[in-house]
Design a protein around this ligand. Structure first.
Ligand code: G3H
Ligand code: ZN
Length: 282
């Protein structure tokens, strides 16, 4: 059934586990993530980023409608989340498209502007009954910017600043920069667990880890034990899908029917999703 991100994150935070949130791009991503979650009887979040909407010719609804129907028919609770939104126009499409939550991303702006834009987004989201996540400190590797940004101390989330940001913006959850970066294809990120500890003791909202594809299993479970309640994963699915398809097409140069390789890619994503969901616990 279709549920909200807010209830899944609250449940995870209470259980000191984390809910996995996977970025979906195609219908195969939707089906694979739900299959992986169903194999474990675990809830999951499907998220559509602004970049994915751009890829879909700027249209949110076709993929969103498919995801809503898939979620409604799933054997496990599935939430829909709009991820890394910068456009106010896209933000305002969230509720109508069936999404229960949004991540508003103004982390690239100076503090005061990030706060003002996030507060306006949070006011609007709450007026629509939406749960809203924002980011402070900047998780690097977005839109082609070097992932190394995330490792610069200045990009990390400052606990005192984060406390004021959450109080003044009214957001329901905070994405924190503690050493992960987006779009890493090797799992070499080193998380600052000491900073995470200071953030969890200073803040009273659930914390979100972005760029989780670049984080090793032991680092990820330590982050969940340290208070991360939502784990965002995108690249790991694409690595699985593309690798499986590449291998299949190399072995079957005569293949023509797209179902032959899409099903191989979908199976690989389902297995990758299952592995990560299992790691995060319940
Ligand atoms: O918001 C999405 C995530 O942060 C995904 O990051 O593609 O590096 O796993 P990733
Ligand atoms: Zn992200």
């Amino acid at each position: 059934p279709l549920v909200t991100t807010g209830e899944l994150v609250t449940r995870a935070a209470t259980a000191r586990s984390a809910v996995a949130a996977f970025n979906i791009i195609t219908l195969e991503h939707v089906e694979a993530v739900i299959t992986g979650a169903e194999s474990l009887g675990a809830p999951v979040v499907l998220q559509v980023s602004e970049n994915a909407v751009k890829f879909r010719y700027g249209r949110l609804l076709p993929l969103a409608r498919a995801a809503v129907v898939a979620a409604e028919r799933a054997a496990v609770p599935v939430a829909l989340h709009l991820d890394h939104v910068r456009s106010d126009d896209l933000l305002r499409q969230a509720a109508d498209a069936g999404f229960g939550s949004v991540m508003y991303d103004a982390a690239h702006l100076p503090y005061a502007e990030n706060l003002a834009a996030t507060r306006a987004a949070a006011d609007w989201a709450h007026s629509q009954g939406l749960w809203i996540e924002a980011e402070l400190g900047e998780v690097g590797g977005k839109q082609g910017r070097p992932a190394l940004d995330a490792h610069a101390p200045g990009a990390r989330t400052d606990p005192a600043e984060a406390r004021a940001f959450v109080a003044d913006s009214g957001v329901d959850a905070l994405a924190v920069a503690i050493g992960s970066a987006h779009a890493m294809t090797e799992r070499t990120a080193t998380l600052d667990h000491d900073l995470l500890k200071r953030l969890t003791t200073t803040l009273d909202v659930p914390l979100v880890l972005h760029g989780s594809s670049g984080v090793r299993d032991d680092e990820l479970t330590a982050a969940v034990a340290g208070g991360i309640a939502k784990v965002n994963v995108g690249t790991a699915l694409n690595i699985a899908m593309t690798g499986a398809i590449r291998e299949f097409l190399a072995a079957h140069p005569e293949a023509v029917d797209s179902r032959t390789y899409l099903s191989v890619g979908r199976d690989a994503m389902a297995e990758a999703a299952r592995r990560i969901i299992q790691l995060l616990g319940r």
